[in-house]
Design a protein around this ligand. Structure first.
Ligand SMILES: [Zn+2]
Ligand SMILES: [Zn+2]
Length: 233
């Protein structure tokens, strides 16, 4: 749900030699300007899934980089339907051949080969659409991913949108930071993650009413995501 105080998903990740954007929700271009993130420094944009709150900002980011006369190559990793994404760019009159910078569109499976610090973990977020997709013979692949970063001895996991939290448990003990969707999973499942390992957990993507209530009335060690917050690991 749009919110006058909050922007949609977009996380800027600055590694030693690489800078990427995880997701590109509405308003990402403006937020990059507000946070003095030069478009020139971004090596890749990684879209975890094709819900609008994770994708819709990419068109203005691509246009901004063009207007800023970016020269450096940009990699874009997509969860599914890469060829069709190029049609969507054309639909928006975003012609890659007119850009000042080369754009490479990749399928998510290629992420680790190109960016060894990053691993994509497929999640269950879109599987509830199966009846619609199969019933209407649609081409949606229902792919959605969490993203893991490993660099030096540090590990961060961004869940993006998920339903179940079980898959996180195997990674949690080794994580320095977990950025988790606090809207879709059961509140109890998210709270259950706090029992382990002392990993810093940041609640992202809004919050379910039940978790909001628990958060308001109890002292718990989870942190609420804040706009423009910079976290150094
Ligand atoms: Zn979603
Ligand atoms: Zn979402």
């Amino acid at each position: 749900m749009p919110d006058p105080e909050l922007h949609h998903a977009a996380i800027w990740v600055k590694l030693k030699n690489t800078q990427v954007l995880f997701d590109c929700g509405e308003g990402t271009a403006g937020q990059m300007l507000s946070n003095s993130i030069s478009g020139e420094v971004i090596d890749a944009i990684i879209i975890t899934h094709f819900h609008p709150d994770h994708l819709c900002g990419i068109y203005m980011v691509l246009q901004m980089l063009y207007l800023q006369q970016r020269k450096k190559k940009l990699d874009i990793f997509l969860p599914e339907r890469v060829k069709e994404f190029n049609f969507i760019l054309e639909y928006h009159y975003l012609f890659l051949q007119k850009f000042t910078y080369p754009v490479n569109l990749w399928i998510m499976d290629d992420i680790t080969a190109r960016y060894p610090e990053i691993t994509a973990l497929q999640t269950d977020h879109l599987t509830s659409y199966r009846d619609i997709v199969n019933g209407s013979d649609l081409r949606n692949e229902m792919k959605s991913y969490a993203l893991m970063i490993k660099e030096s001895d540090k590990q961060v996991l961004y869940s993006s949108d998920i339903i179940g939290t079980e898959f996180l448990e195997q990674y949690l003990p080794d994580l320095d930071l977990l950025i988790i969707d606090a809207l879709h999973p059961q509140a109890e499942d998210i709270l259950g993650l706090t029992n382990s390992a002392g990993t810093r957990i940041i609640l992202n993507h809004g919050m379910s009413p039940k978790l909001e209530e628990i958060f308001r009335t109890n002292t718990i060690s989870l942190e609420k995501a804040r706009e423009n917050e910079e976290i150094i690991i």
